[in-house]
Design a protein around this ligand. Structure first.
Ligand code: URA
Length: 210
C-alpha cells in the first residue's frame, strides 16, 4: 500500500518550512523538501533515523544519502542482507533495499540537526502511517533516543515503559520488535560512543530474528 508522504511544500512546521526556503534560495539544485522514505513496501524491517542532514538527505532527497551516517548505515544494511548493490552516496547509485525500508522521525532538515519537540509531534502521523502501511513489518530499528521515542509515540505507547539502550530489544504489545541502536552519526563514532562492531551487533541480532 502506498504510504502517505508529506507534501513537497508542507508548511506544518513553520520553522522547518522557513529553513527549507532559505536553503532552497542558497542551493536551488538541492532537494530542500520533506525526504520520502526509501525501500520496499514489503519490508519486514523499518529503520527510523532522526531527520535529514543538511548536506545529506536534504541535498540528495534519499534518507542517509550524502553524509557520514549513510556511509556506515548502507554498507551495514548490505552486509546483513537487508540491501544489495553498491552504495555510492547518490540516489541513482542503484542500491536496492531487500525487505527493508528507511524513514526519519522528522522528514525535513532541522537547523543544527535538532528538531523541536513540537516538530517531532507534528511529523509523527507520517511515521504512524508508514508503520501501519507496511503489511509485512516485523521489526523497527530506532537510531537514537529521539527515533525510539517517536516510534513509541506513533503507536500510542508510553516511552517510560521501554528504556532506550544500545542493543535493547523490546517486544511491543502489537507484536512488533523495537530494536535500539545509538545513532550512526559521525559524532557518535568519532567519540567512540558507537563503534562499527557495536552497530553490526544490532544488525546481526535483527538478522537472527527476521
Ligand atoms: N540522514 C538521515 O536521513 N537521517 C538521519 O538521522 C541522519 C542523516
Amino acid at each position: 500500500m502506498p504510504m502517505d508522504e508529506p507534501a513537497r511544500d508542507c508548511a506544518q512546521c513553520p520553522r522547518l518550512a522557513e529553513f527549507r526556503r532559505v536553503n532552497a534560495s542558497a542551493w536551488p539544485d538541492w532537494h530542500n523538501a520533506p525526504v520520502p522514505s526509501f525501500g520496499s513496501v514489503d519490508a519486514s524491517l523499518l529503520i527510523v533515523g532522526l531527520a535529514p542532514g543538511l548536506r545529506g538527505a536534504n541535498r540528495t532527497g534519499r534518507p542517509f544519502t550524502g553524509d557520514y551516517a549513510g556511509d556506515l548505515l548502507y554498507p551495514t544494511i548490505a552486509e546483513y542482507g537487508f540491501g544489495e548493490g553498491r552504495f555510492d552516496a547518490r540516489p541513482d547509485d542503484g542500491f536496492r533495499m531487500t525487505g527493508c525500508r528507511i524513514t526519519n522521525a522528522v522528514r525535513c532538515v532541522p537547523p543544527e540537526n535538532k528538531p523541536t519537540t513540537d516538530e517531532i509531534k507534528t511529523c509523527n502521523p507520517y511515521l504512524n502511517t508508514e508503520i501501519e502501511g507496511l503489511e509485512n513489518l516485523r521489526a523497527i530499528l530506532a537510531l537514537g533516543l529521539i527515533a525510539h521515542k517517536a516510534v513509541l509515540r506513533s503507536m500510542g505507547l508510553v516511552a517510560a515503559r521501554y528504556a532506550f539502550g544500545h542493543g535493547a530489544m523490546h517486544d511491543l504489545p502489537n507484536g512488533l520488535l523495537l530494536a535500539d541502536s545509538y545513532h550512526c552519526s559521525r559524532y557518535n563514532t568519532n567519540t567512540g560512543r558507537l563503534t562499527e562492531e557495536m552497530f553490526h551487533s544490532v544488525f546481526a541480532e535483527l538478522r537472527k530474528r527476521l
